[in-house]
Design a protein. Sequence first.
Length: 259
Amino acid sequence: MRVFDLPVVDFSGLEGIEQIKGDITDAQAITSAVGGADTVIHLAALLPPKSEANREVTWRINVGGTQNIVDAISSLDLSIRLIFSSSVATYGDTTQEQYPIGIDCPQQALDIYAETKIAAEALIRTSPLPWTILRISGIAIPEFLEPPRVWPFQRDQRVEFINCDDVALAIAKCVGNNAVRRKVLNISGGPSWQMLGWQYVKGYYDIYELPLDEAKFQDSPGWTNWYDTEESQRLLAYQQTSWQHFLVQLRRAVEQAMG
């Protein structure tokens, strides 16, 4: 096993794993990193809000970097599997769509980040590689983090997030899994995570001991909704953490942080 990431990344804790430092925009470095692999898990991307600062930079990293990976695998060994982390953000505003949102929902980007994910998906899907594309929903991390200044959805908008550990499990279960070859799958938390925006925020604010009326929501719809994960759950069995269990984890983390 090896990991490829920027030189500034902290590689501590990865003892026993081959570590390669480089940049996804460097085609030669990517070819060297991919050589000899049987599976490539492509997680690299410039995320919001940084992705929205410079369109050219974001496209060079998110789309150009993906092209480098596709080209490297194509030149080395077409049997190398590519697992790509995309996003449900590619669906855009789905508030008027029938839910739950399936993978056949039209993609219509609301920001630069989603545009690049749509373009990267197109590169992969038209390639000869054995690929799997995971459209991952918003990821919830059970840590004591400062709430966002404005939550990225409306107060009464449908939202469905997923615990970070369940995302990692879904990705891991794609490795060596022929059932997900050349499939696009939604990856999200499942029924217990399907709620309205204010309910999601209230879960956090109750633990943080903050009044809900302090929360600020978007005036216009964000990209969140409820997702059809029946196929991905059937093939990967990754939805291990319910919303209620996540809140227990979050409360424990906040209590530890507060001493």
